[in-house]
Write a protein that binds this ligand. Structure first.
Ligand code: KG4
Ligand code: ZN
Length: 339
């Protein structure tokens, strides 16, 4: 049995979790900074880094208590070393390195995106290779996950990430940050057909995304008709996003099955994967191609430390033991060939 402590501080959640090799989530502690950033309508990096520093030590202590574990029960300490807001990344990674040094434990550096990418394997039996749609506030990518540390990127966003588009459109509609959950809730009472919004890149070859034009289209509607029904507009925007993601994912499924005819799974991960309308749409696309859609529960979709502990564990059992001068990186693509 291997037990790994994971630490996540790359964005606006401070998190610590303990996961074991039986896939048991022994403890999961999370402190959201949403309230600290809300007045600014987005994340302020300096505020984020200081807030991580203020709560991380207590979170780790609480996680150990919840797991009824002591430092000597732990086999390795994993932390996000990028990509993300560098001040926050440094707080979490330095804490983990210091604890590893003080306790004589191995340190495992984890790419935040790899945390999202491997998260389905913590809750389900999802063998490699699988197709991954990673949709979060900072990323929008389609990747083939071929193994731990082995990724082929099929497409990425040419401008905004999809979560960013949700957050910006929410701001236009006067909704609070983070915008995704607020738009999804409002959209339930709206008519998605009330507005005809664009589906950027739909029907084109390849698997890249673009969301800037869609956001501008929403702004144009509001400029022309300031009293436009917000629920209808939220629903129309959400539908346009789901349509676009489904179209791009369809192309990726073709490329995936071309390379791996026996591939079985489409995984959707990242904060936007919490969106139910999107999951329903993707399930249809996946099922039509004979694939199963795997969507981790919301607590594992949005940023968390369980996915970092799990990715650390997957790497550790394969022999990973990273040096304490391992760098923290604001940018760190999963597929270096595609960078
Ligand atoms: O993965 P995540 O927690 O942080 C990043 O690594 O970016 O993703 C956060 C993003 C935010 O943009 C948020 O608006 C979006 O995920 N999000 C959603 C929903 N819940 C969170 N977007 C659409 N629908 C949701 N239900
Ligand atoms: Zn994330």
């Amino acid at each position: 049995m291997t037990l790994v402590l994971g630490i996540e501080t790359s964005c606006d959640e401070t998190a610590a979790a303990l996961v074991d090799s039986n896939k048991t989530l022994r403890a999961q502690k999370l402190a959201s900074q949403i309230r600290a950033h809300a007045p600014y309508g987005g994340i302020v990096p300096e505020v984020a880094a200081r807030a991580h520093l203020a709560v991380l030590e207590d979170l780790v202590r609480d996680a150990l208590a919840e797991a009824k574990a002591d430092w000597q029960d732990i086999d390795a300490i994993a932390a996000t070393t990028g990509p993300g807001l560098i001040g926050g990344v440094i707080v979490g990674a330095t804490f983990a390195k210091a604890a590893a040094m003080a306790r004589g434990l191995p340190f495992v550096a984890v790419n935040h995106l790899e945390g999202h990418a491997l998260s389905p394997r913590l809750i389900a039996d999802v063998p490699f290779p699988y197709l991954l749609l990673l949709v979060s506030g900072g990323h929008c990518q389609l990747l083939i996950v071929e193994g731990v540390g082995q990724y082929t990127r099929l497409g990425t966003t040419l401008d905004d990430a999809v979560g960013e588009a949700f957050d910006k459109v929410a701001k236009l509609l006067g909704l609070p940050y983070p915008g995704g959950p607020a738009i999804e809730k409002l959209a339930r009472d709206g008519d998605a057909k009330a507005f005809d919004l664009p589906r950027p890149l739909k029907g084109r070859k390849g698997c890249d995304f673009s969301f800037a034009g869609l956001k501008t289209a929403v702004r144009n509607v509001l400029d022309k008709t300031p009293d436009a029904n917000a629920a209808d507009l939220a629903a129309a925007f959400q539908m346009a996003v789901a349509d676009t993601l489904a179209d791009r994912t369809q192309n990726a499924i073709d490329a995936f099955l071309n390379k791996y005819p026996h591939g079985k799974h489409l995984v959707v991960a990242g904060g936007v994967a919490a969106n139910n309308a999107l999951k329903e749409r993707l399930a249809r696309v996946a099922n039509k191609a004979g694939l199963d859609l795997v969507a981790p529960p919301v607590s594992l979709c949005t940023d968390n430390a369980a996915m970092i502990a799990w990715a650390g564990l997957e790497r550790f059992v394969l022999g990973a033991n990273d040096p304490l001068d391992f760098p923290c990186r604001p940018r760190w693509p999963l597929d270096p060939k595609a960078a």
